[in-house]
Write a protein of this length. Structure first.
Lengths: 736, 202
């Protein structure tokens, strides 16, 4: 975690974590258990409405931050509390050290504070010769191990009871059993004397209530109560983002924070301190109380229209709990100080570009974090934005620059794909011309081509061996765009007129998905328009941090898809078979072009529908009889979370004459994530394996999904791992 | 039992609090004394200067602290302790018992039904220490002081927290941690047990 960690060394850390069997098991158990406990904790509540309420309260407080700070300070000072404002981490450390010196505090007890971690407070104080003891059990454990926390609310989740027992044996000088109840009692005993001996207690705060000058602290162990009761001095270190107008706001957040963090209805203790509170060991009878408000870049974030929502974070850690990457590699690999999706973002602001540049790439863009965020933060979007900013500041890597250049020029892009088809002939595996299809119409289409050209025999030399976890599909000899004219049948009295958006993967790699759909469209009297000037949706450019290129491509597509210049009046829907395209066209494009073509983008986005929604909900496709094969569904992240589509594809599986069988974690990422799977192949492989294991557990013969990226990952993975499973797109299942 | 009290009792028991019912304060205090008599003697976490050391011959008295009772209530409890015998009842001086005490008995100002939470005005250091250094915390709560949710008592909470020097505690269940392997363990720093006695006076 040094300042200059190279990408290679970061990847090495990831590999080490992937090989840590205890960590993997612990993370896996947690990921599964968390989902259920969160669901139970919120049972019967309108979670969306509550999140919105929290987001509004926090956003309002951020807008009025300066006024709230002033109000809090006035009230707190009237109570007799000393209030300090620290612009930087160093200022805060110095202020706290000075308080310790002035009060003659040689021994300090602390309750858990991520803000103190943020400024490396312990290191600073220890360097000044002060003895600091963390009193939260998990924090104490990681402090003794000279580590940082690996989760915002469960700091030692990466450690086993055996590791803790060894550690406590060292600390106490007596053998300690690896029995959790007893280990907890060791901490109870060892830390009691620390509380009694300490001259000063340091806490963080979850809430700073301006209208009364009160801080609120949530803990389960109750250690914050002792930290703020036994020592004669109390210092609270509080980020300015914790300021809220009233206790009603704090109570609103407190309704969601523990539920989202650990699935608890409320933490065992919530402590509201207005202070200075009674302390019988000092002559005045009142504890000396200081509040140090920390800025450390927060004002800069608050002033940034794009990023101000980052401060809506309530530090529940849920974004890590549901992150497929965190689950595989643990928190030390998924943050610098702050862990999880929010950590990927705040590291850049609090700890600089150097510490953020590798981390920020480690995101599959699955959106699971956004779906659970208590503060309603668009985390995946902001991660991509940080990535883009880092590239703008530190320089764009050649690969990313080339991608941007190529994507901006559709003709060049498509010419390169056609050339790639020729180049791959050297590595094409004809023997495997796709036996994994559920029912292959051999030379299927009007274009006279088998719709799927199989896998590459081996990977081109530019890939290293760790990319070999899935077989890569070959580029089709004839892309969909060249087959369309032959496939397109004129329709009398069409039920609907649609514009088809193919996306580049289906156009050039999996034209079979679109061919199958074309059969269905013809059968159900759908008039199809395929605008030839359409290009990549632009999501890959966003993923690579190439915002300008993504915007340019978005504008090109907005024009290309507006076939007769009527602002999309000429078509009923714009249908795509790629969930990632659907989500990006609907949500990403309007954001990208908001200063260029906001109305057009809105009109466009309204027309975009995923294939399953069109077939099931709009067209109302009826059931057909069929073989009733057990069919599992992998829900693409950009379908279930990106487009909020859940039922339509599952209904269509049953309507196809097959039988939908549920699998565990259907809505969890498959590990593809576009460029993620080539940047972090080892992590991608592990997420994929977990997914395929879940599918195997369902006993399904067929695995269906609705995104060509997921097909690429799942089909290539199933083939490489020799699994007895057919993988196909929903369109192929419906119209074989 | 009102509906609110039933919800409160159900939610509190979800976090392993033991909920009792009493028809009067007197019954509540008697219950606390009998809970103390039936509990395991506490394990001191460090030496308590005023108590005989662990190796002493005569059985140490059980220690109960009741820092926030009114005069009449404290007198009643004191008599109940005397009748039971071998109980040392404290009203203050908790700093002399850093190693811990057997039981802390407190009034709770309010109950919050939807989370099974006690609200205890803990401005006094004695209350904070009694409820943290005890192995068993017994809280006595009037049924009429139970509110549906924290959101329904913003006014009361604002008033409590606006006072200079105020220290307001929400307590839900016993002190707990899941910091080692996410396994729930009770009593890391504070009480190992929480008992709540709901009083429904006529």
């Amino acid at each position: 975690m040094s300042k200059t960690e190279t990408f290679r060394s970061y990847k090495h850390r990831l590999d080490t974590a992937l090989d840590n069997r205890f960590l993997r098991q612990a993370m896996d158990n947690f990921a599964v258990a968390y989902r259920t406990s969160r669901q139970n904790a919120f049972a019967g509540m309108d979670v969306e409405a509550l999140i919105q309420k929290v987001a509004d309260a926090k956003a309002g407080a951020i807008r009025n931050n300066a006024a709230l700070l002033q109000q809090f300070t006035a009230n707190a000072e009237a109570h007799g509390i000393h209030v300090h404002v620290a612009d930087t981490a160093e200022d805060a450390n110095r202020i706290i050290e000075e308080i310790a010196q002035k009060t003659g505090s040689k021994k300090i007890v602390k309750s858990k504070s991520m803000t103190a971690e943020e400024i490396h407070l312990n290191r600073w104080l220890e360097t000044s010769g002060i003895d600091v003891t963390e009193t939260d059990l998990g924090e104490w454990i990681v402090q003794l191990r000279k580590e940082g926390p690996s989760h915002m609310v469960m700091p030692a989740i990466h450690l086993s009871r055996f590791q803790v027992a060894d550690l406590f044996t060292d600390v106490t000088g007596t053998d300690q059993d690896p029995e959790i109840e007893r280990l907890v009692k060791v901490a109870r005993k060892e830390l009691r004397e620390k509380f009694v001996d300490a001259g000063m207690g340091i806490t963080g705060a979850n809430y700073a209530v301006a209208d009364t000058g009160t801080i609120g602290i949530a803990t389960n162990e109750g250690n914050a109560r002792l930290v703020t009761t036994l020592p004669k001095v109390h210092v609270a270190l509080v980020g300015i983002d914790k300021l809220l107008p009233t206790i009603a706001d704090a109570l609103t957040i407190n309704r969601i924070l523990p539920k989202n963090a650990t699935g608890q209805a409320i933490t065992s203790y919530v402590t509201w301190i207005t202070g200075p509170s009674e302390c019988t060991t000092v002559p005045s009878g009142k504890r000396e109380m200081h509040i140090v408000f920390l800025d450390n870049g927060r004002s800069r974030i608050a002033a940034d229209p794009e990023f101000s929502q980052v401060l809506q974070c309530v530090r529940c850690g849920a974004c890590a709990n549901v992150c497929p990457v965190y689950r595989m590699v643990g928190g030390h690999q998924m943050g610098y100080i702050y862990i999880g999706a929010i950590g990927l973002i705040t590291t850049y602001f609090f700890h600089g570009l150097e510490n953020a540049k590798n981390l920020v790439k480690n995101c599959t863009n699955c959106g699971a974090c956004k779906a659970v965020c208590a503060g309603g933060i668009d985390l995946p979007h902001l991660i991509k934005q940080v990535h883009a900013r880092i590239q703008d500041e530190a320089g764009h890597p050649l690969q990313s620059l080339m991608l941007a250049k190529v994507l901006k020029n559709r003709k060049l892009f498509h010419r390169l794909l056609r050339t790639a088809y020729l180049a791959q002939q050297l590595v094409l595996d004809r023997s495997l011309a796709d036996r994994s299809e559920p029912s292959r119409t051999a030379p299927g289409s009007g274009a006279g081509q088998p719709s799927d050209t199989g896998f590459l025999r081996h990977l081109p030399m530019i890939f290293s061996s760790d990319h070999n976890f899935r077989r890569l599909p070959a580029i089709a000899r004839i892309p969909f765009r060249d087959r369309f004219a032959a496939l397109n049948q004129p329709v009398d009295n069409p039920k609907f007129t649609i514009a088809l958006f193919s996306g580049c993967v289906q156009d050039f790699v999996y034209p079979g998905h679109l061919e199958a759909a074309m059969k269905g469209f013809a059968r159900h009297r759908i008039n199809v328009i395929f605008p030839m000037d359409q290009s990549c949706c632009g999501l890959p450019a966003v993923s690579m941090g190439e915002t300008a290129a993504a915007r340019e491509v978005a504008l090109q597509n907005l024009d290309a898809m507006d076939v007769n210049g009527s602002n999309y009046e000429g078509v009923d829907y714009i249908v795509t078979l790629c969930a990632s395209c659907a989500s990006h066209l609907t949500h990403g494009v309007p954001k990208l072009v908001k200063n260029y073509a906001p109305e057009k983008a809105e009109a466009f986005a309204k027309k975009v529908v995923p294939f399953s929604v069109f077939m099931n909900d709009i067209l109302g496709l009826g059931p057909v009889s069929g073989p009733g094969r057990k069919t599992a569904f992998h829900s693409p992240c950009h379908l279930c979370r990106g487009m909020d589509v859940h039922q339509a594809p599952r209904d269509l599986i049953d309507k196809s004459g097959n039988r939908y069988v549920p699998t565990e974690e259907e809505e969890t990422c498959c590990g593809f994530g576009g460029s993620f799977s080539t940047t972090f192949p080892a992590v991608s492989r592990e997420i994929l394996t977990r997914k395929l294991d879940d599918v195997a557990g369902s006993g399904a013969e067929i695995l269906v999904t609705e995104c060509p990226g997921c097909v690429l990952q799942l089909k290539g993975g199933a083939a490489q791992q020799g699994r007895d499973l057919s993988v196909c797109h929903l369109s192929e299942l419906l119209f074989p | 039992m009102t509906d609110l009290a039933a919800v409160f009792a159900q939610k509190a028991s979800l976090v392993s609090a033991v909920v009792h019912r009493a028809v009067s304060r007197a019954e509540a205090f008697d219950r606390a004394v009998s809970l103390l008599q039936n509990s395991v003697p506490m394990t001191p976490q460090m030496s308590n200067p005023l108590l005989p050391s662990a190796g002493a011959k005569e059985a140490a008295a059980r220690v109960m602290a009741a820092p926030n009772l009114g005069t009449a209530d404290f007198r009643y409890l004191s008599q109940a302790c005397d009748t039971a015998g071998n109980i040392q009842l404290l009203q203050n001086g908790m700093r002399d018992y850093p190693g811990g005490i057997d039981m802390g008995l407190t009034w709770a100002e309010y109950g919050i039904a939807d989370t099974g939470t006690l609200v205890i005005a803990s401005d006094s250091e004695e209350i904070r220490l009694a409820t943290m250094l005890c192995e068993v915390h017994v809280a006595v709560l009037n049924v009429s002081d139970i509110r549906p949710s924290a959101d329904d008592m913003v006014e009361e909470l604002s008033a409590m927290t606006a006072r200079t020097g105020s220290y307001t505690a929400f307590i839900t269940g016993a002190s707990r941690t899941a910091d080692i392997e996410r396994v729930l363990a009770i009593g890391v720093h504070g009480p190992l047990e929480l008992h709540i006695i709901l009083v429904e006076e006529e």
